[in-house]
Unconditional design. Structure first.
Length: 331
């Protein structure tokens, strides 16, 4: 029995085929370049594989009878998943889900280590950084799925498919939809990074114009902006994304500009207008972890607004944008 379990674990795919190929190349390169770095990476990879074997040995949610006392079947699957969608239900969340999140964080740390150790080899470093982004977007995708499963505009059939996709993410550690949309989100973030906010009149037109140019014409991003131009929540979420400020901070600055008849504000003046500590840290988004941090900070504030029925966006731009793309796919 023990032998059968070991053989099963050996068959589990901890890394994708492309990841395995790249990791093997990097290990070979490090072994020739720096034996100490090679040993460190080899040990970390073994630990990650051991963790992955444990995580992926847990049964799929589809193979358990109950989730938070709700019978799991094709009619109740979306409801079952939503039952543990909030942090307050941590102790009721299936072990497979919690363990998978831990695995993804550990995987991100390994890829971050490889990114540092491949300095000087641009080809390897770029590929590893792309893998780090894929982990980040997989973690973000989980939140987007929960958002869509809560949305009454999605049909029961679509929600069932989304629930299946979310379970597939938990079972495999990857999400084909987020990988498919990785290019669009990467382009959005790259455009955001190349067009830092100039503030000025605080209308966001300059920043949006720059990002739209970088994203290109005739893209889904352009269609998204056209269709969502009259949606207040999308507009507010976009402004938070563009300025790196919360809805409340943007409102405070605009109110001050209007009160004192000031036509524009500079970056340095902005901080004087906002005496309190900034709501969002605006970490370096060249670092994949910075993208995730900024996303989570905005998501947490959005959730707080929902709980207290406060004005402002209740979802992040990334959630709204990915939901838009999911709707397109659903037809």
């Amino acid at each position: 029995m023990v032998r059968a379990k070991l053989e099963h674990n050996q068959c589990l795919q901890i890394f994708s085929e492309d990841e395995e190929i790249l990791i093997n190349k990097i290990e070979k390169w490090l072994k020739e370049k720096n034996s100490g770095d090679y040993t460190l990476v080899h040990e970390r990879l073994n630990l990650l594989k051991n963790l992955g074997n444990a995580v992926f040995s847990y049964p799929s949610i589809k193979d358990v009878q109950f989730v938070k006392d709700i019978l799991v079947n094709k009619y109740h699957l979306p409801e079952s998943i939503l039952a543990f969608s909030t942090a307050s239900n941590l102790l009721k969340t299936p072990t497979k889900v919690i363990a998978l999140r831990s695995f993804l964080v550990a995987k991100f740390h390994v890829f971050s280590l490889l990114t540092k150790l491949t300095e000087g080899n641009n080809e390897f470093q770029k590929q590893v950084k792309d893998l780090s982004y894929s982990v980040v977007f997989t973690l973000m995708a989980e939140d987007v799925y929960f958002y869509c499963l809560e949305d009454p505009l999605f049909s029961d059939n679509t929600k069932s498919k989304l629930a299946d996709n979310l379970i597939a993410l938990w079972d495999s550690g990857t999400d084909q939809r987020s990988i498919h949309h990785l290019m669009a989100l990467s382009s959005l973030w790259a455009a955001r990074d190349s067009a830092p906010p100039s503030f000025g009149t605080m209308d966001g037109n300059t920043e949006l114009f720059r990002i739209s140019i970088d994203m290109g014409t005739g893209t889904e991003w352009e269609d998204f902006l056209k269709e969502e131009s009259t949606n207040d929540e999308t507009k507010w979420a976009l402004e938070e994304f563009l300025f790196g400020l919360s809805f409340e901070e943007i409102w405070q600055v605009r109110k001050r500009l209007k009160r004192y008849g000031v036509s524009s504000v500079s970056h340095d003046e902005l901080r004087k207008y906002l005496s309190s500590k900034p709501v969002y840290s605006l970490a370096n988004i060249q670092d994949p972890s910075g993208i995730y941090d900024f996303f989570m900070e905005r998501r947490d504030v959005c959730n707080l607004r929902k709980r207290v029925s406060a004005p402002g966006p209740k979802h992040t731009l990334e959630e709204i944008y990915l939901k838009y793309r999911i709707i397109l796919e659903a037809g």
